[in-house]
Design a protein around this ligand. Structure first.
Ligand code: PLP
Length: 479
């Protein structure tokens, strides 16, 4: 909920109280310099004991509710037929309206099952935008991903409220070009993760369905971030509709739904759901092969219970908006301070535009990588590089400058408070004022694939030491 203050400004309000806490620790700047150097200037290789605020991802890191924790205590452990599964099935039917449920251990496992069941070599899967794992499973099945986003979707500064929309003309054209029988399915991703958590509109989804129905192509909905997309539709398109109504309206046109339960559902796990028995029958045989029996799908009964409660709770406006409103506040504060950030605010994270933040660091010196390392050094806050380090070399061995060079600062739901955000804004502002001290990075250990996970780098001209000296001049050695 946004609360309006008497000075005319509004702030996001935590509509919960904090009953269980976990201590965190702010290592002093000299310790942070040692840690980031040891981690090869790669924030994935830091240990959480050395991190003050972890904004790497919202995946599996959202705060759970008292009701979720209580439900976990009632888990029914059984290899087959456990009551926990049936409680999840009722939640899926009540919230999403689907009768058939297939559990999977997380979102990418659901994507694997869908690819196994529906993607044949030479097929094409049409998406509003890809997610890393959704693309990988289509590729591995011999298919090809076609992304049909609108021209403005890649602009980092924008006031388009629905950058996640699919381009309808291109969709018609693509289905005609490839032929409906070659299109395994059309996949719409809620709160499109990799373009900055940007939603699609209800109008766009309904229009996509008209086209897919006309051609007999299944419409698949990636609902990992479903409640955030519903929240944005409520804020920007249909304020008269509740979150439940928006979710029901969206689901009424979906043939196959799947999700990672690590995001909107504030637990860990995944699922596929549908109302069409033929689809269910097509996927079911693969569940025990890859996941486990069809009433647990690789998840512990405890997580199944937590997802069931998390699904019901995400339909509450205050829960659906709990992350998005903090992201909005974070982005608004950075804009006020004149820092370069992706707009409009998205659903899971605030994204810094590294090329505008560090204009003197070329992309081939890994601008976003250097920025994420510098942010940790000056604040103890961990973000994620989403730029040229995350883009592997091409087939000739050359580095490929990323289309957008970003640092993602995720805001896990209900985990951090406003003072955490204000602190982060302050340190980012200090860093921006000292941006001329930051230079690039150079690889010293470079894995051949997905190098952003395990790659190690060094700081060109030891810029980290100069940045640390400037920080100590202003704040001393204890901050
Ligand atoms: C996280 C995510 C996935 C993959 O889910 P995992 O649980 O991490 O395997 C798929 N799609 C979207 C949109 C996601 O955000």
């Amino acid at each position: 909920m946004q609360i309006k203050l008497s000075n005319g400004k509004s702030i996001p309000m935590e509509m919960h109280k904090i009953k269980i806490v976990q201590q965190t620790n702010l290592p002093p700047v000299e310790a942070r310099q040692r840690c980031i150097k040891e981690a090869g200037y790669n924030t994935f290789l830091l240990r959480t004991r050395d991190i003050f605020l972890d904004m790497l991802t919202d995946s599996g890191t959202n705060a759970m509710s008292d009701n979720q924790l209580a439900a976990m205590m009632q888990a029914d452990d059984a290899y087959a037929g456990c009551e926990s599964f049936y409680r999840l099935q009722s939640a899926v039917e009540d919230v999403l309206g689907f009768k058939y449920l297939l559990p999977a251990h997380q979102g990418r496992a659901a994507e694997h099952l869908l690819a196994k069941a529906f993607v044949k070599p030479g097929d094409v899967v049409i998406m509003n935008y890809h997610f890393t794992t959704s693309k990988a499973h289509v590729d591995l099945a011999g298919g090809k991903v076609l992304e049909l986003y609108k021209p403005g979707a890649m602009q980092t500064v924008s006031d388009d409220p629905f950058k996640g929309n699919m381009d309808l003309d291109k969709l018609e054209e693509a289905i005609r070009t490839y032929g409906a029988e070659k299109v395994s399915y059309v996949r719409m991703e809620a709160t499109t993760n990799l373009i900055g958590g940007q939603p699609f509109s209800l109008e766009n989804l309904l229009a996509v369905k008209k086209i897919t129905a006309k051609h007999g192509v299944p419409l698949v909905f990636d609902g990992s971030l479903i409640s955030e997309n519903a929240f944005f539709i409520h804020e920007r398109e249909h304020p008269e509709m509740s979150i439940s109504e928006i979710i029901s309206e969206m689901m009424s046109v979906v043939d196959i739904f799947y999700m990672s339960a690590r995001k909107s559902a504030a637990a860990r796990g995944g699922l596929i759901a549908t109302n069409q028995k033929a689809f269910f029958d097509q996927i079911l045989p693969w569940v025990p092969v890859y996941e486990g029996f069809s009433t647990y799908g690789g998840m512990s009964s405890r997580e199944i219970e937590a997802i069931a409660v998390g699904l019901r709770e995400m339909t509450d406006l205050n829960v659906a908006g709990s992350g998005a409103e903090f992201v909005e506040f974070f982005v608004r504060r950075l804009v006020e301070e004149g820092l370069p950030v992706v707009t409009p605010a998205g659903g899971l994270a605030c994204h810094l535009d590294a090329l505008r933040f560090l204009p003197d660091v070329p992309q081939l010196d890994f601008t976003s990588g250097a920025l994420s390392a510098a942010i940790y050094l000056v604040s103890g806050v961990r973000g994620m590089e989403r730029g040229t380090v995350s883009t592997d070399r091409d087939e000739n061995g050359n580095n490929v400058p990323a289309g957008v060079e970003l640092v993602r600062m995720a805001v896990p739901r209900r985990l951090y408070t406003m003072s955490h955000i204000e602190y982060t804004v302050d340190r980012l502002k200090w860093l921006y004022e000292h941006r001329d001290l930051v230079k690039g990075l150079r690889f010293v250990e470079e894995p051949p694939v997905l190098r952003f996970f395990f790659g190690k780098m060094e700081a060109i001209d030891n810029w980290d030491l100069k940045l640390m000296e400037a920080f100590i001049d202003d704040f001393g050695v204890n901050c």
